[in-house]
Design a protein around this ligand. Sequence first.
Ligand code: AGP
Length: 624
Amino acid sequence: MGAPTMEPMCGIVGYVGPRDSQAILLAGLARLEYRGYDSAGIAVIDGAGELDMRKRAGKLQVLRDDLSAHPMPDGTTGIGHTRWATHGGPTDANAHPHLADDDKLAVIHNGIIENFSELKAELLSEGYTFRSETDTEVAAVLLGREYQASGDLVAAFRTVVSRLDGAFTLLAMHRDQPGLVVGARRNSPLVIGLGEGENFLGSDVAAFVEHTRNALAIGQDEIVAITPAGVEVTDFSGAPVEVEPFEVVWDASAAEKGGWSSFMAKEVSEEPEAVANTVRGRLHDGTVTIPELDGMDELFTGIRRIVVIACGTAAYAGQTGKYALEQWTRIPVDVELAHEFRYRDPVIGEDTLVVSISQSGETMDTLMAVKYAREQGAKTLSICNTQGATIPRESDAVIYTHAGPEVAVASTKAFVAQITALYLLALHVARLRGTISVGEQATHVRELEAVPAKIQRVLEEEQTHIEQFSHWMADTQSVLFLGRHVGYPIALEGALKLKEISYIHAEGFAAGELKHGPIALIEPGQPVFVIVPSPRESAELHKKVVSNIQEIRARGARVIAVAEEGDAAVLPFADEVLRIPLAGPLFEPLLAVVPLHIFAMGLATAKGLDVDQPRNLAKSVTVE
Ligand code: AGP
């Protein structure tokens, strides 16, 4: 038996209704392809009552081409899947759906079934056979066995999911029960879309937003059965449960590329809007009030510590936000990688607010850290960009960033929206605790309001320049990024973005750390980006960073400075200067990161790489 293939992050769509489902499933999968893109498949129950299935390794287009070349009968009940596997090859056999019960039953799955080998051994001993290495096929075969016993798909499904350990979203349909798709979730996303005489399931609302903006969020350990006539949600024991309706706040075009060369290009261009939409409705007469946090004043005045947990880019947003949170609220803040947090017995309790940051709201490392924090008695607040996602549902409160759907694997507009949300939180809490004057609040609110137009200027004035020199740098082997204070997490973000989409070695350092080691890396021609603090706002830091630049320049570094307009001190030492508009020191990162996003994209494009779907990565990682 080979290593099992497991599905950390897959796109899932289900449909029942009067329309032929293939086009609906394929369009839904196209919108979900960011979730996984190493194989894809669909199954439908056709007009003759047969179950037809097609699945192919490779991107969704491979499946589309196959279906065009060899059409498959269509039908009004269907499920579809795009996959991203960590173990085992992305082969046709391992792609979903997986069939069972003499190919009358189809199952798709996201997540990991941890006890799949015990279940498989049980089924093998009973004479069942398997065609793939996946844990998913074990669930399919088990469901086939249970269906044979009961003849009731929902009851059989209930029995099966109760036996599964791990994280999963599972969808199933059976040839003998057309017009019915069943689904279940545990620690993995699944939402319902409500149509007129038709209903949908999706791993997120992108799966069906083209058809309906009315959605229902399914809770942990719940089962849903959709038919054209309605939707029934129960817990794993079959007891009915209340589901939470919500309206999707963006329309289908928001998740489309439009005329852009890539989703990443579109999303970088949307950075001004992401900030503007995140502050909208939360600024009132020079103060910040977050309506979602109504009734929680006591919590915010009572806490003594804040711990921010997140992964990757979201963690860098947390590190940036720490400066404002501490400065404005005077509450000590720690920022931790979510996957490290719960393995080191952290000191947290009832007076700790644990703030999680996640674009997707599904990152398993972050979700598990939130659950751990709750178990320890801490209060939890989620900063999230995805409605109906798991992390906000597992938290005491949520501040949604309104960046709109982010499809490219590299997070860009969500990053600036996350920092914005943290600043809003900091100002909200500072107002409640009286740690900031009315005048200061008004100044910061004005700064926040001005950020979108300033980002827009960076895009308009620097994009072409950056694209040109990133083109000349296509053969670069390594790039370093330096920053200080809030420029430090921005340096880390610049390096991560470059690694992830251009596959170039990149490191971010605190500029003050240079002499403690990293300066040994500098040799003639080494490109180094330096985030230069404002000489007006932070004269001392500015001087220090300029002398860092001189030190690396003296050793032959090729310096690319990201500096405030009018800062002439950098000119003699920089090979390129990327200008950002004047802003208060805490607001500079929202501007300084934009050239770094454009640069990463420019370099990856110059290398001919797919910037939206970089190798080995998925949009969010729904396993630990
Ligand atoms: C960012 O460009 C990355 N793809 C990645 O670091 C990401 O930010 C991280 O995995 C966290 O994802 P989340 O915000 O969806 O939790």
